[in-house]
Write a protein that binds this ligand. Structure first.
Ligand code: KIV
Ligand code: ZN
Length: 385
């Protein structure tokens, strides 16, 4: 099995569904071009039948972007597929992403239908989409809560009908990592013709397990992951692209490679956050403000001796210039001495002890000590020069 993992970004579809995160077409093109530069394989550009604005965005993104496949979402409904095909007509590479709910709650309450009828509708939608494009992805909505045996029948039927990728969404973010991994393994082992298609993960973060579930999906045979920048998406969000990219870059023993240029991660994370007006939690893995900040004295001392003591990722690998040694009341002399050195001030031990004493008094009153504070403490206040 190939070790190449395809990155399917759904920031502009699942991410953009979040209240308050709507973008206009110009902004969507800006994000799409940044995703292209980042190296994603597929951009899910929207759900064209949902609104004229979404339709227009899919058209314009298809024109603006060259390398990644442009994907449009539909329900398993002919009208949706017609509109998606029309919106994709300028794409150099296009994919229709159609599908239907396969869990018992979806079949019963959403569709008032039966398992057999759902399989018929899945086959029909896949065949219909294949009339327009060669690349059809089928999603089994709420696959996370769909019984594995039935799910395998759906997956087998849509592959036979022409699906090239089959998406196994944990739509409600319910699965445990072992359970989701076992689901992918079951499909890899029980679906006839599985070698003709790629299985895709699409995990939501309702219980904080989206990334763990995605990793388990990949380790068990999925070769596409559906992710978003900063993990934005419905409710608690989707699996975050930056976490998956850095997990497989850091854990080489998994033998998984992606096309992501990780040095572009920090830039696109900020762009998406500011365009969507969606702040990033400070302790967010990889891109949060504190992701590479060391504040306790013990950690700072270690990092200043050798970064390998407390850093598993070089901040430059994700496009951040350097780690941050944050000066707080928990910082030690080593961190203060380092900051003084960075500011061009060399001290002997006696002077350092004296500055450190004043530093602690001030740090107990302030959350963070700035460079200007340090200069004042060292008697080298910029304003005095
Ligand atoms: O979460 C989900 O099931 C989805 C599908 C529409 C792919 O977003
Ligand atoms: Zn989703």
């Amino acid at each position: 099995m190939s070790d190449r993992l395809f990155i399917f970004d759904t920031t502009l579809r699942d991410g953009e569904q979040v209240p308050g995160c709507q973008l206009n077409t110009v902004e969507k093109i800006q994000v799409a071009k940044a995703l292209e530069a980042l190296g994603v394989d597929v951009i899910e550009a929207g759900f064209p039948v949902s609104s004229p604005g979404d339709f227009k965005s899919v058209v314009e993104i298809s024109k603006a972007v060259t390398w990644p496949t442009i994907c449009a979402l539909t329900r398993a409904v002919e009208k949706d597929i017609d509109v998606a095909a029309e919106a994709l007509k300028f794409a150099k590479r296009s994919r229709i992403h159609t599908g239907i709910g396969t869990s018992d709650p979806h079949i019963k309450y959403k569709f008032n239908s039966t398992r057999e009828e759902i399989i018929e509708r899945a086959i029909a939608a896949t065949k219909y989409a294949r009339k327009y494009v060669d690349d059809v992805e089928f999603y089994c909505e709420d696959a996370g809560r769909t019984e594995n045996e039935y799910l395998a029948r759906v997956v087998e039927a849509v592959i036979k009908a022409g699906a090239t990728v089959v998406n196994i969404p944990d739509t409600t973010g319910y699965c445990l990592p072992d359970e989701y991994g076992a689901k992918i393994k079951y499909l890899m082992e029980h679906v006839d013709g599985i070698e003709k298609a790629i299985l895709s993960t699409h995990c939501h973060n309702d219980l904080g397990m989206a990334t763990a579930n995605t990793v388990q999906g990949v380790l068990n045979g999925a070769r596409q992951v559906e992710v978003t920048i900063n993990g934005i998406g419905e409710r608690a969000g989707n699996t975050s692209l930056e976490e998956i990219a850095m997990i497989f870059k850091s854990h080489k023993e998994c033998g998984i490679t992606t096309n992501i240029n990780t040095t572009k991660i920090y830039g696109i994370s900020r762009t998406v956050s500011s365009l969507m007006n969606m702040p990033i939690q400070p302790n967010k893995a990889i891109v949060g403000r504190n992701a590479f900040a060391h504040s306790s004295g013990i950690h700072q001392d270690g990092v200043l001796k050798n970064v390998q003591t407390y850093e598993i990722i070089d901040p430059k690998d994700v496009g951040i210039d350097d780690n941050a040694i944050v000066l707080t009341a928990r910082s030690g002399r080593a961190a203060l001495k380092h900051r003084l050195h960075v500011l061009g001030i060399e001290t002997n031990q006696e002077k350092l002890d004296q500055i450190y004493e004043d530093f602690l008094k001030l740090a107990d009153k302030k959350k963070e000590i700035t460079d200007d504070d340090v200069l004042v403490l060292a008697g080298a206040d910029r304003t005095m020069n």
